[in-house]
Design a protein around this ligand. Structure first.
Ligand code: C5P
Length: 226
């Protein structure tokens, strides 16, 4: 018998991380950022100078690397991410990793390795998992499935804020809109587990809503399910 699972999916920059962490904190559930795992593998690939299309070498890397996510209860500080005992919390958020991650996340062996890990972490439930395929593939039996959306311009604006907060170099809104559109396109047209709203997911358009308002909607859906 497992504890409930909340699945939160949606495109890049829809506010999934901030919202999912807040919901997890308020309901005392564990927060699982699956995007961080794809980013960690991408960081390793770049660091080891493996070609992005060398699916064989990348598959081996994805199967052998050790990924750790250390949840932080402090909503202001980032969840720490470790790969093979290296702290990559900041390194996985660079533009370089961000621009390559979709190509790596499209490789079926990579997905198999990471999904297996996610499902084993989620065996007992009691978590808020966030990504692109949580409601459709990772935890298809999740009690609550949320699909967060927002306009491209709103998402670019949020990303710019994130970069600013992290002290990263300034990126123009036009550039961010182009990057987001490209990543959405790659994530939703790939053959393996594309970004898709699960049939039983609740769509939550987030333009103009605060994090608190979005979190409240999700918590409300969760409480109705129980
Ligand atoms: O959510 P985040 O922007 O960190 O995700 C980075 C990338 O990882 C996404 O653009 C997508 O290519 C991939 N991803 C995925 N499946 C997930 C989570 C993330 O394919 N469940």
């Amino acid at each position: 018998d497992r504890q409930p699972i909340i699945a939160i999916d949606g495109p890049a920059g829809a506010g999934k991380s901030t919202v999912a962490r807040r919901v997890a904190a308020e309901l005392s559930l564990v927060y699982l950022d699956t995007g961080a795992m794809y980013r960690a593998v991408t960081w390793l690939v770049l660091q080891q100078n493996i070609a992005i299309d060398d699916e064989c070498a990348i598959a081996e890397l994805a199967n052998q690397c050790k990924i750790e996510l250390t949840p932080s209860n402090d909503l202001q500080s980032p969840v720490r991410v470790w790969v093979n005992d290296i702290d990559v919390t900041q390194a996985i958020r660079t533009i370089e990793v961000t621009s390559q991650v979709s190509a790596i996340a499209a490789q079926s062996a990579v997905r198999q390795a990471l999904v297996k890990q996610q499902q084993s972490w989620g065996k007992k439930g009691g978590l808020v998992a966030e990504g692109r395929d949580i409601g459709t593939h990772v935890f298809p039996d999740a009690e609550v499935k949320i699909f967060l959306t927002a306009s491209v311009s709103e998402r670019a604006r949020r990303r710019q804020q994130d970069f600013k907060k992290q002290g990263q170099p300034e990126v123009s809104l036009e550039q961010l809109e182009r990057d987001i559109t490209e990543r959405d396109w790659k994530d939703s047209t790939r053959t393996v587990s594309p970004l898709q709203k699960a049939a039983d997911a609740i769509e939550v358009p987030t333009d103009g809503l605060s994090v608190a308002e979005i979190a409240a909607q999700i918590i409300n859906s969760y409480q109705q399910q129980l």
